[in-house]
Design a binder for this molecule. Structure first.
Ligand code: TUI
Length: 314
């Protein structure tokens, strides 16, 4: 299954591995790129030296295209923005904000810029600024989410811009991939499914929790802070929600309570104080596989779905 996204980026399968802060390192990104998708290193809140080393390690393991995801709320965002231009990484994806002020420098460095957009307005804005494509990520996804869900967001973004659209949020198997294409997307981005990839170096406890999770295992917190986050229900998320509802807790105190929680989950497997960000599809993710197995299975399933569906039309 080849789409214009494959030609645009020089990849074999139209799939991105989502940039997951504290999780998507060179091990996962290089495995996904080698398997024919687009592997993405997450800059998250990390300092530039860490990200530079991740880029070098990825380049040492694959000659294929890869991306760096820039979390725009990072305290190091200015330095990371300069770093990716200096390193001339093939693709930059962005999340949690507007990337427009950095885009001129990235485009001058020959980088393909592919922002996550939560709405048609943001999609149009980044199209004007020179984006090569957009990722329409619905609220089924893990981590920081927008207002709309994938089913409503993807077709509206497809109508709003002329760019290739990559669907994200709520996709974990071939049915999801096929559905995303039916909504008008020409590619998909998956995070949660790649969290349990063999090459993913996240803490074993995190993987076990995803594999054990069911359909109603996630919840959102952080609405009072203006950035809702989806994560597996846990002692941390329940306490966060309680704090959030308590009007005597200031926004600063609430931010401080949440600070470091994703790192504690991803690096330490801290079941009590960690925040295990994950998508609603956690219930569909039931086995650990290599990145290559995941990608090949997804597209074999999607192709079978399309053949089945074609037989319904007389
Ligand atoms: O960014 C993500 N997912 C993330 S970032 C992250 S790190 C974090 N940790 C704690 C609190 C907050 C963040 C964990 N997961 N996905 C991409 C995404 N981008 N989702 C939503 C957006 C987005 C929202 C608004 C993109 C642009 C945007 O622009 C409008 C504006 O008002 O800035």
């Amino acid at each position: 299954m080849k789409t214009i996204l494959c030609d645009l980026l020089g990849i074999q399968y139209p799939i991105f591995q989502g940039g997951m802060a504290w999780i998507s390192d060179y091990s996962l990104a290089s495995a996904v790129s080698e398997a024919g998708g687009l592997g993405i290193i997450s800059a998250g809140n990390a300092p530039p030296d860490y990200v530079r080393e991740q880029i070098r390690q990825t380049r040492a393991r694959t000659n294929k295209p890869f991306g760096v995801n820039i979390m725009l709320m990072s305290p190091f965002v200015e330095d990371i923005a300069a770093l990716v231009a200096e390193e001339k990484v093939p693709v930059v994806t962005t999340g949690a904000g507007l990337p427009t002020k950095y885009m001129k420098a990235w485009l001058e460095a020959g980088i393909k810029v592919i922002p996550v957009v939560p709405s048609t307005g943001v999609a149009k804005l980044v199209q004007r600024a020179g984006a090569a494509a957009v990722i329409a990520e619905g609220g089924e996804s893990g981590g920081h989410i927008g207002e709309l869900n994938t089913m409503a967001l993807v077709p509206q973004v497809c109508d709003a811009v002329k760019l290739p659209v990559i669907a994200a949020g709520g996709i974990a198997d071939g049915r999801g991939v096929a559905a995303a294409f039916m909504l008008g997307a020409c590619g998909v981005q998956l995070g949660t499914r790649f969290l349990v990839a063999k090459e993913c170096t996240v803490h074993e406890t995190y993987k076990k929790k995803i594999l054990a999770a069911g359909d109603i295992a996630t919840m959102t917190t952080g609405r009072r802070l203006g950035h809702p986050v989806r994560a597996l229900k846990s002692p941390f998320t329940h306490q966060f929600l309680k704090n959030e509802m308590q009007s005597d807790m200031s926004l600063e105190e609430l931010e401080a309570f949440g600070s470091g929680a994703l790192r504690r989950a991803a690096k330490e497997g801290d079941e009590k104080n960690g925040c295990f960000m994950a998508g609603q599809v956690s219930g569909l993710v039931n086995k650990e596989q290599t990145a290559k197995e995941i990608i090949e299975e997804l597209f074999a399933e999607a192709a079978a779905k399309f053949k089945e569906a074609a037989a319904w039309v007389k």
